[in-house]
Design a protein around this ligand. Sequence first.
Ligand code: UDP
Length: 254
Amino acid sequence: MHDTIDILGVHIHKCTMAEAEDRVMGFLSEDRPHMVFTPNSEIIMVARKNPVFLDILNRADLLTADGIGVVYASKILKDPLSERVAGFDLATRLLSRAAESGHTVYFFGGKPGVAEQARDKLTEQYPSLQVIGTQNGYFDDKKEADIIADIQAKQPDFLFVCLGAPKQEQWIAQHADTLGARVLIGLGGGLDVWAGVVERAPEWYQRRGLEWLYRLMKQPSRIGRMMALPKFALTVFFRGKRVKKAGSGAAKEG
Ligand code: UDP
């Protein structure tokens, strides 16, 4: 059995939420930076058209299925992922572990004030959490140099980068080797949710795989981006059929 499943070229790791959490905690004891990304179907569709971005995703030390669409895709491909490992949920569990173990965290991204608001809310909830740095995600070259210098000086155990995809994954891949952070995680709008600026879909929607619907109702402007979802499902379906056909004849598609 393979450790990963190939979904339109993106190699998603097969793991449960608990396994993903343990894996990331294990990265902290290794002496090199680790990248963690959590693609959803929209991001996979972007990667399909952008080989450089696809390569960045596949270089991650852990790639989990953020969206329910990715889990459904694995079922269509007859190699089902056991569950969705949403980036936000994984990150929240990691914060709780960091608060227990004393590992340090750094928040980078979101509009001005959001990272600080997230820090304040989270340290209310986890008083021992050490948030050693915050930066907003809107920068020019000069500010970017200052942000990099600050991260290098603080060397956080966890660096959460919330610039939206694919910007955050590209930024992490470009700088991971020089920042001195141990685990670098791309987390989209995660800081907005921790800060209370954006509301996470209620459990009811999450359990039914309808988080996308809730987000669409709250932010109808996302409709354009969300059209990637049906396209994704159809692409996986027809590619799955092609692979099956090729497999029953000659070579299998990679
Ligand atoms: N963002 C940022 N800098 C940018 C563009 C976006 O910090 O140049 C932030 C934005 O404020 C938001 C997050 O990136 O907090 C992207 O959120 P979104 O919900 O679009 O991301 P997703 O989770 O869908 O990838």
